[in-house]
Design a protein around this ligand. Structure first.
Ligand code: URA
Length: 229
């Protein structure tokens, strides 16, 4: 028979290893943040993103998908992540979601060319999977810098991923949409009014929800027209 373990030996047995801690998102290097804070225009920011290797998605993507639109746009739209078409063309919202987004903008009197459009991350996740918190976090300084350079009057966050990331909230999109929040990306500038709405990709699958999106877009239109909402 196996020798029984004396009580004293039991007492000194090493403790089991602690359970693995949750993934810790590393602090962003402050050198990068300082460097971005000194960037004064979107072209320079884009060039810096081209040489940035802090997001692993860059290795699997075909193109970097940086924001497009006027540098002084009143309205800035932030989506989740580039899809297949966006990855091929290097331009945000050019696939089926983009076509619907353009129609939504037209409905409130905007041409797509008048609006600055970007995403929370700048490379397509393989197979369009949801970006990880780490991937989002590594791209966030570049998104914040775009917001700071454009200084839009209103931010429209499309989909839960953009809403949660920019608003730093955990509720789902159905709770976050249709309400005004203040987004502050830089303590030196005034917070920017932001509203979330349903993602066009979701609306393509659930057209009955277009009603809610239409309501949210009317809030945007009224706010930009200076009407109290
Ligand atoms: N969906 C997004 O969130 N962004 C794009 O650029 C395209 C599809």
């Amino acid at each position: 028979p196996a020798p029984s373990v004396p009580a004293a030996a039991e007492a000194v047995r090493p403790a089991p290893p602690p359970t693995r801690p949750p993934d810790v998102v590393p602090q962003l290097p402050s050198a990068l943040l300082q460097e971005l804070a000194a960037i004064g225009d979107l072209e320079s920011l884009r060039a810096r993103l081209d040489s940035f290797d802090g997001c692993a998605l860059k290795a699997t993507a075909m193109n970097t998908v940086f924001g497009v639109g006027p540098a002084d746009a009143d309205l800035m739209i932030i989506g989740e992540a580039p899809g297949e078409q966006e990855d091929r063309q290097g331009v945000p919202f050019v696939g089926p979601s983009g076509n619907l987004l353009n129609l939504m903008l037209n409905a409130i009197g905007f041409a797509r060319e008048q609006v600055y459009v970007t995403n929370t991350i700048f490379w397509r996740p393989p197979g369009n999977r949801t970006p990880t918190p780490l991937e989002v976090q590594s791209c966030t300084p570049f998104l914040h810098c775009q917001i700071n350079l454009v200084q839009p009057k209103v931010l429209l966050l499309v989909g839960g991923a953009a809403a949660k990331s920019l608003l730093q909230r955990t509720e789902g999109i159905m709770r976050l949409r249709g309400r005004w929040f203040d987004v502050s990306v830089d303590s030196a500038t005034a917070p920017i009014p932001a509203i979330a709405t349903l993602h066009p990709a979701y609306l393509l699958r659930s057209p009955a929800q277009k009603r809610e999106a239409w309501q949210d877009l009317q809030f945007v239109r009224d706010r930009l027209n200076g009407e109290a909402v």
